[in-house]
Ligand binder design. Structure first.
Ligand code: ATP
Ligand code: MG
Length: 257
């Protein structure tokens, strides 16, 4: 059985895609078979992965072509053990139809439970929203990770999301939703507001926050420009080391070995 982990946040640009790519890569690097699924119509993951074979179908078919097996949508990457399904939601009409299909909050859950059982982990990058696709990602997950930048607006948005998450938890009759943790991202110790906000967050949310912090790292930006994860770009960079630490912390915290 796979462990399904989703990165979500209502606020955009907080590092969801970066952390989803690098956690999935870290898991594969650690010897676990991993499938990364891009549910965000922006489709950033397709530009950030080394693609080996050209599968032209992807997330669109997960929702609109249920007769197409997930295995037909899966692409391999330069990282052994890591596959992905890219987001090919190229028109507004498709996005609208997918959100209609996703009205059944458990559509993705049902597909993954039937078809993604051979992976150790499935990592999902959700859109910055609480639309039907994001709810499908949340309902499909064993564990949710909330990336957060150490800025005061981000903290306000986190509080709002935690309320939404509680509502979704109450509504979900198929499984208990579990918050794996809040992940502080793009942290720069030289910025005083980052130090101040991170202190506040650890004080108020303690166990709900990962000990691992993802630092701001130019290697992450360079890697993404080259279509690579930072782990495959520079294993010694602080960004790569942080994501490997995150993987170890997650696996230990939830006994996922
Ligand atoms: N740790 C980091 N250090 C430096 N740059 C980073 C880091 N994490 C993310 N970035 C950069 O910040 C930008 C936003 O990151 P990312 O795309 O991962 O966020 P997102 O939450 O997925 O955004 P969106 O809501 O638009 O999908 C990107 O340009 C990315 O390269
Ligand atoms: Mg993104």
């Amino acid at each position: 059985m796979s462990t399904i982990i989703t990165f979500v946040s209502q606020k955009g640009g907080v590092g969801k895609t970066t952390s989803a790519i690098n956690l999935a890569t870290a898991l594969a690097f650690g010897g676990y078979t991993s499938l990364l699924i891009d549910l965000d119509p922006q489709g950033s993951i397709r530009f950030s992965m080394g693609v080996k074979n050209a599968v032209t179908q992807g997330t669109r078919e997960i929702f609109l072509s249920p007769e197409t097996a997930l295995s037909q949508l899966t692409q391999t990457t330069e990282q052994e053990n890591l596959s992905f399904i890219f987001a090919n939601i190229d028109s507004l009409a498709d996005e609208k139809t997918i959100n209609e299909v996703a009205k059944d909050g458990h559509f993705l859950f049902d597909r993954l439970q039937k078809e993604a059982t051979d992976y150790d982990f499935v990592v999902i990058d959700a859109p910055a929203s609480t639309n039907n696709m994001a709810v499908n990602a949340i309902y499909a997950s064993d564990l949710i990770i909330l990336p957060l930048q150490c800025e005061s607006l981000a903290v306000k948005s986190l509080k709002r999301f935690l309320r939404v998450f509680n509502e979704l938890q109450k509504k979900n009759d198929k499984r208990t939703l579990k918050l794996a943790g809040i992940l502080l991202t793009m942290f720069d110790r030289n910025i005083s507001i980052h130090r101040k906000v991170s202190k506040q967050i650890y004080k108020s949310l303690t166990d709900s926050v990962f000990e691992t912090i993802i630092p701001r790292d130019k290697a992450i930006v360079e890697a993404s420009a080259l279509g690579k994860s930072v782990i495959n770009y520079n294993l010694n960079s602080i960004g790569a080391i942080a994501h490997i630490r995150l993987m170890n912390e997650l696996v230990d915290k939830f006994n996922l070995r």
